[in-house]
Design a protein around this ligand. Structure first.
Ligand SMILES: [Zn+2]
Ligand SMILES: [Zn+2]
Length: 279
């Protein structure tokens, strides 16, 4: 596992920078239906989220590492009960981290307090790869950080497996948010098992029926298994949330304070009415 150790020793921030540069450039060259103006401003506001996240992550990472090391030391978790080869443990571990993320993501849509922070990620009405960065720092504490510790506690997963999970899921999340045109046959083949970019875009539709579906990060099988899978042709998707559909509500400052402001969620039926009146 020498190669894996070397791979995991790379500073994760370099990996993020690499992905954003590659995807942002490709989006600029290959224009798509979701093409929009003012990309530099959009990038600027989303990058501010990543900077805040970088600072707050120093705290979250310390808590996560400390907790998982403690759990492993006391051999807490189901995988400690079975004797399986290391590589099997790694593969199964990545699958189990993804399963836990699925349930925490579903919870984030269900629990109003967590949704008030998670909706910042959904607020983007003009998505591109930089939307990957748009997430409220408090959400990381309520959801991401807790999710990984809970996965480690239930299943007995370690830090190497978590590092591998991040390595595998990162290209997925950049692709899922990227503003590129992906063929539909990808959804019909790869999309039977994995979350394709089009399937995640459905999760970013303004209609709550679709927002509350396709929660999976890597394996769409969780949505298929737990009855939260939906499909809609990508050209029919309206990105974002209607209640954030104004330029002044797309800024870093507004989005940071938005969980503390009373913002009424616009339901599916109301959306249809708005559409009818605007025709
Ligand atoms: Zn979501
Ligand atoms: Zn997303």
């Amino acid at each position: 596992m020498d190669f894996l150790d070397k791979l995991l020793s790379i500073d994760f921030n370099y990996i993020l920078i690499g992905f954003i540069v590659v995807f942002y450039s490709m989006e600029q060259i290959l224009r798509t239906r979701f093409n929009f103006n003012k990309r530099p401003g959009h990038l600027f506001h989303n990058l501010l989220f990543q900077i805040v996240l970088y600072v707050s992550n120093i705290f979250y990472a310390t808590v996560t590492v400390f907790s998982i090391v403690w759990l492993n030391k006391h051999q807490v978790g189901l995988l400690y009960l079975v004797d399986i080869p290391l590589w099997v443990k790694l593969v199964v571990g990545v699958v189990l981290f993804d399963l836990t993320t699925y349930w925490f993501h579903r919870l984030a849509h269900k629990v109003p307090l967590i949704w008030s922070f998670h909706k910042v990620h959904h607020s983007d009405t003009t998505m591109d790869a930089s939307t990957t960065f748009r997430g409220h720092p408090v959400e990381s504490l309520l959801w991401f950080g807790t999710s990984n510790i809970v996965a480690a506690a239930i299943f007995g997963l370690d830090l190497t497996t978590m590092g591998l999970y991040f390595l595998v899921s990162t290209p997925f999340v950049f692709m899922e948010h990227s503003n590129l045109r992906y063929p539909k046959w990808l959804d019909k083949t790869f999309g039977l098992i994995f979350t394709t970019p089009n399937l995640h875009k459905i999760h970013h539709d303004q209609d709550q029926h679709y927002t509350d579906s396709n929660f999976s990060d890597i394996f769409i099988i969780w949505d298929r298994l737990f009855a939260t899978y939906t499909y809609k042709p990508v050209e029919e998707i309206n990105l974002g949330l209607k209640e954030f559909d104004e330029d002044k509500k797309q800024t870093f400052w507004y989005l940071m304070k938005s969980p503390f402001i009373k913002i009424k969620r616009i339901a599916s039926e109301e959306l249809t009415n708005i559409d009818k009146t605007s025709v």
